[in-house]
Design a protein around this ligand. Structure first.
Ligand code: A2P
Length: 360
């Protein structure tokens, strides 16, 4: 892929991708929460789909899902699923990506993997098109990793700041929605809330703790050495990779909150040089994929309810961090749709980037 293409890719959310021929597109995990959004994104963004192959477990084989007004039958994933496929989106967990991703690549497909399986492999590009589309030109094989949802949403906001003033320290706390744990967790939030309102017992089934009117630490396993959980470590490592800042000191606390599908996070960012609130607001206002929602008078700032269903990541509460008298630190509050920019939308934007770069 020619590297010179990166300038035309700066606003991936805007232009429609045109391919010289209709593409055969596979979705692994088509019946899941992200799978549903992938189907919707392909349709609404008019991705050049000739054939859509919907893949899931044998439990779902034979079910139909709608695409462009017509039913498409779900097929059971197997080793022959990728014959003739141009682009395969994987969203069925890391072990299935590890097993079937290389099979899809060997069959000639570009794989956009939404799992954590390959994200930190040195040779695998980890891509948010607004941030580092040019990395696709470095892909040694046809495999691209889609970042963790928190990392993707945060990177869209941090990259335009980092491009102007080097970020030298990052501290974040997240408020993560049910969708990050899949469709079953979203159902558990609805059902356990209904049960709580009806005064009925609801033993947790998907998540480890009662979800209605509660919040808890992300359930990823705790690293005994550092005390950070797996989600926090992933976010920190992936943000370093996305921002091309391998030594960036970062610390995150990841919390699951009773919200259906949009993550929020509070970030405190230290820069190598002072940055004013006005500068940051101006840079973020013109950044692709970002919408500044920062109305102090109306007390109107990013909210998961407004971020849900939106392609843009919302940012506000932009203020100087008073705990750093050097004027080099800002605090921000962000909300972004976990299923869209945190997963399906970003994956489809990666595929659009490949289409525009002439990969098909
Ligand atoms: P299925 O619905 O047939 O179980 P979510 O993250 O929302 O829980 O979705 C997970 C997705 O991964 C679903 O589409 C699910 O399909 C799919 N999946 C889970 N296990 C397998 C498997 N062994 N083979 C193929 N797809 C699978």
């Amino acid at each position: 892929m020619p590297h010179s293409l990166s300038p035309i890719l700066e606003r991936p959310a805007v232009a429609k991708a045109r391919a010289p021929r209709p593409l055969t597109v596979a979705i692994v995990g088509a019946t899941g929460a992200v799978g549903a959004e992938l189907i919707a994104c392909l349709e609404r963004r008019d991705f050049p789909v000739g054939e859509l192959r919907l893949l899931a477990s044998t439990r779902s084989a034979g079910r139909t899902l709608m695409f462009q007004g017509a039913p498409v039958t779900v097929q059971a994933l197997d080793e022959a699923s990728f014959a003739g496929v141009d682009v395969a989106f994987f969203s069925a967990g890391a072990s299935l990506s590890r097993r079937y991703g290389p099979i899809a690549v060997a069959a000639g497909a570009w794989v956009v993997d939404n799992s954590s399986a390959f994200r930190m492999d040195a040779a695998t590009p980890l891509v948010v098109p607004e941030v580092n589309a040019w990395r696709l030109g470095e892909a040694p094989g046809r495999l691209v990793a889609n970042p963790n949802c928190v990392a993707a949403i945060a990177a869209v906001v941090l990259a335009p700041l980092h491009a102007r003033r080097l970020i030298v320290r990052l501290v974040g706390s997240t408020y993560q929605a049910a969708s990050g744990a899949g469709a079953a967790a979203m159902a558990e939030l609805r059902d356990s809330t209904a049960a709580a309102l009806a005064g009925e017992a609801y033993p947790p089934q998907v998540l480890a703790h009662p979800y209605a009117f509660n919040l808890f630490s992300h359930d990823a396993e705790i690293d005994p050495e550092t005390g950070y959980n797996g989600e926090e470590l992933k976010v920190m490592a992936e943000l370093r990779k996305l921002l091309a800042a391998p030594d960036l000191p970062a610390s995150f606390t990841c919390i699951r909150v009773p919200v259906l599908r949009a993550h929020a996070m509070a970030l405190t960012v230290r820069f190598a040089e002072p940055v004013s609130v006005e500068e940051a607001r101006a840079w973020l206002s013109e950044a692709p994929g970002v919408r500044v929602v920062d109305d102090r008078e109306a007390n109107h700032f990013p909210m998961p309810g407004e971020a849900s269903g939106a392609d843009d990541v919302l940012v506000g509460r932009i203020r100087t961090d008073l705990s750093d008298p050097s004027g080099r630190s800002l605090s921000l509050f962000i909300a972004g749709d976990q299923l869209l920019k945190g997963a399906a939308l970003n994956a489809v934007q990666i595929a659009e980037t490949l289409v525009r770069a002439g990969e098909f």
